[in-house]
Design a protein around this ligand. Structure first.
Ligand SMILES: *Cc1c(COP(=O)(O)O)cnc(C)c1O
Length: 266
C-alpha cells in the first residue's frame, strides 16, 4: 500500500499536547490576520488538511472540537471519513456516561481539496460537504449527473489557476465566468465560490498578488448574473501563506503541516 506511507510515517513524536498547542497557534494567527483585514476570527473557517496526519491526530483534533477536515485523495477520504465517524459515534455513546467536558463535535465536515477524477465522483460525493477542486466542464457535468441521478444538490468551488503556470491545475482566470454560466444551468450543482493554490514562494508575501487577483475575480463573479448569495466562499491559503491569504480576504484556509507536522521529516 505505497500510497499510505505519508500517513503511516506521520510525526511519531507528536503528542496531543503538541497538537493542541499548534492548533491554538494557527487559530490565533488566523484571528489576528482577520482583524487586520477588518473581519472577525469567526469569519474564517480553517480546514485541517489531514493528508500528512496519522489517524490518531485526526481524532485528537476532533477531540478539541474541530469540525472541518480536508483530504486531497479519494482513497484516503474513503478510509478516514468512516473512521472518524465511527470514533465520534462511539464517543457520543460513552461520553454521556463519563466525560462531561467532551467538546468533540457529533459529526465532522469533510472537504475534498485535491484533484477529483471523474470515476471517483460516486465514491467521494456521498462523503463530503464541499468539493474545492472543480477544474473542468467535464468534471462539473459528471458531478451534476451524479447529483441528478441521486437527487442530491452538490456544493462545489471552482479551482482557479491564477498564475497561469502550466504545471498548476485549475481553470484559467479568463475562463471562470464562462464556466459559472455553464454550471448555472446544472440544477444539482451549486457553485459556492473559488479556490486557488498559490505557487510556492520562500517569502509568503510574494503570494499576495495571486490572492489579491483571486479576490478580485471572486468579487466580479459575485456581481455576475450566474451567481447568487450562496456564492460566498473564497478558499485560499495553506501552511506557508494562510495569514497573507486571510489578509487578502480568504474565508476558508486549508492548513496541514502547521498542525500535524510534515509526515515525519520534521
Ligand atoms: C496539501 C494541501 C493543503 C495543505 O498544505 P500544507 O502546506 O500542509 O498546509 C492545502 N490545499 C491543498 C489543495 C493541498 O493539497
Amino acid at each position: 500500500m505505497p500510497r499510505m506511507t505519508a500517513s503511516r510515517t506521520a510525526n511519531k513524536s507528536a503528542t496531543p499536547a503538541k497538537l493542541k498547542e499548534a492548533y491554538r497557534a494557527v487559530q490565533d494567527r488566523i484571528a489576528e490576520a482577520a482583524l487586520r483585514s477588518g473581519r472577525n476570527a469567526d469569519d474564517v473557517v480553517m480546514v485541517a488538511v489531514t493528508k500528512y496526519a496519522a489517524m490518531d491526530q485526526v481524532r485528537q483534533l476532533a477531540d478539541l472540537g474541530h469540525m472541518d477536515f480536508g483530504e486531497s485523495q479519494a482513497q484516503q477520504m474513503q478510509q478516514r471519513v468512516p473512521q472518524l465517524e465511527e470514533y465520534l459515534g462511539r464517543k457520543k455513546t460513552l461520553g454521556n456516561a463519563s466525560s462531561k467536558d467532551d467538546s468533540a463535535p457529533e459529526r465532522a465536515r469533510w472537504h475534498m481539496i485535491g484533484h477529483l477524477q471523474r470515476n471517483k465522483v460516486k465514491h467521494v460525493v456521498p462523503l463530503v460537504n464541499l468539493i474545492h477542486s472543480v477544474d473542468s466542464l467535464r468534471l462539473a457535468e459528471e458531478l451534476h449527473g451524479y447529483g441528478a441521478k441521486n437527487d442530491l444538490d452538490i456544493d462545489v468551488l471552482l479551482q482557479v489557476n491564477v498564475s497561469g503556470e502550466t504545471t498548476k491545475s485549475g481553470v484559467l482566470a479568463p475562463a471562470v465566468v464562462h464556466l459559472l454560466e455553464q454550471i448555472d444551468s446544472m440544477m444539482h450543482l451549486r457553485c459556492r465560490g473559488l479556490m486557488t493554490m498559490a505557487p510556492h514562494h520562500e517569502d509568503p508575501k510574494d503570494c499576495r498578488p495571486v490572492f489579491a487577483r483571486l479576490r478580485e475575480l471572486f468579487e466580479d463573479c459575485k456581481t455576475s448574473e450566474w451567481t447568487d448569495d450562496s456564492f460566498n466562499i473564497l478558499s485560499m491559503g495553506m501552511t506557508n501563506d494562510y495569514e497573507v491569504a486571510v489578509e487578502e480576504g480568504a474565508n476558508v484556509v486549508r492548513v496541514g503541516r502547521a498542525l500535524f507536522g510534515d509526515g515525519g521529516s520534521a
